[in-house]
Design a protein around this ligand. Structure first.
Ligand code: AVI
Length: 322
């Protein structure tokens, strides 16, 4: 492989398109569309707005923990690591690690959005001119290999998976992701993993049902995206965002609910929705530390350190390859 050449995400660029996922997801029961399709340009902007909401404590709490604990994380990791970020987005939290880690051998941000990667890498190169940045455009849940970096091929790797994005994977997917991360990071690898903790359901409910309606707009943008990209004719007024905590499953469940019987044309096909019928769009699993261990251990990691905030809302975990 050519050093540093961004890997192409074959799955996203072939069969697994938005149109195919929508048509398949609305043709089966229960209806469901994979959460990754929430993040087109509008969806990503709405998610950035969610992160600023007073009710959405996750982002600011994780940043506070990372800011306070980055020197400790850097001491655990030691000098000369390759830093591998799974789903890097705008790499805002990464800067907290980069500012503390010693002699980073290379930073490898992995993201499905090539535009995001390019813009973020440009900004990081300006702010960290001595840092080798090797962006990889790929689906991080399904990455076969990391780029070969001639200057630092022997460097130990430190993975970074912040934001409680692990919560958007179902338990099987989360285990598969962690197993693959363990394989990619190697026998001397470690992973910094941010995860939202289980807590008062009222607080969880508010985080996914904000009073300004931004989370509802984020959900319903999926229908607007179908109108934009698939020639669909959804009337957004006819649907509602629904999110609630399921304590037995330990997850927030998010759906789009049809408010009346209606028929919608999508990519030349007609779909009927009953009044009250739901389309599942997202899970957001919440992890207590026992849940985290139950996932980490079979994936080949041991959790050696966990940092939380005083309210125990969010956890940042240091997992070491076993
Ligand atoms: C990206 N992810 C961690 C968010 C979450 O909290 O599960 C996605 C989200 N969906 C609605 N609000 C936030």
């Amino acid at each position: 492989m050519v050093p540093g050449l961004p890997l192409k995400n074959t799955r996203a660029s072939t069969g697994d398109t938005f149109e195919a996922a929508v048509l398949a997801g609305l043709s089966r029961r229960p209806r469901a569309i994979p959460a990754k399709f929430l993040y087109d340009a509008q969806g990503s902007a709405l998610f950035d707005a969610i992160c600023e909401l007073p009710e959405y404590y996750l982002t600011r709490t994780e940043i506070t923990i990372l800011r306070a604990r980055a020197p400790e994380i850097a001491a655990l990791a030691g000098p000369g690591r390759q830093l591998i970020e799974f789903g890097s987005g705008s790499s805002v939290k990464t800067r907290l690690l980069l500012d503390s880690l010693e002699a980073v051998a290379a930073y490898v941000p992995i993201d499905i959005s090539g535009e995001h990667l390019e813009a973020t890498s440009r900004r990081l190169r300006a702010d960290y001119p001595a840092l080798a940045i090797v962006p990889v455009c790929a689906d991080y849940t399904d990455l076969p290999m990391l780029p070969w970096l001639p200057g630092s091929s022997g460097a130990a790797k430190l993975g970074f998976f912040p934001g409680s994005t692990i919560g958007n994977l179902d338990p099987d997917e989360a285990l598969a992701f962690l197993r693959n991360a363990r394989r990619l990071l190697g026998p001397d690898g470690a992973l910094v993993l941010g995860a939202d903790l289980k807590k008062d359901p009222g607080m969880l409910h508010a985080a996914y049902n904000d009073s300004a309606g931004v989370t509802a707009a984020f959900s319903l943008n999926l229908l607007a995206r179908m109108n934009r990209e698939l020639g669909a004719n959804f009337d957004l007024e006819g649907f509602a965002h629904e999110a609630f905590y399921n304590p037995a499953a330990g997850r927030i469940e998010i759906y789009i609910r049809s408010l009346q019987p209606q028929s919608v044309r999508i990519a030349g096909q007609r779909f009927f929705f009953d009044a009250g019928e739901r389309v599942h769009t997202e899970y957001s699993y919440k992890y207590d530390l026992a849940d985290m261990d139950a996932l980490a251990v079979p994936a080949g990691f041991v959790r050696t350190h966990t940092w939380t905030d005083p309210g125990r809302l969010f956890s940042v975990n240091y997992l070491v390859a076993t």
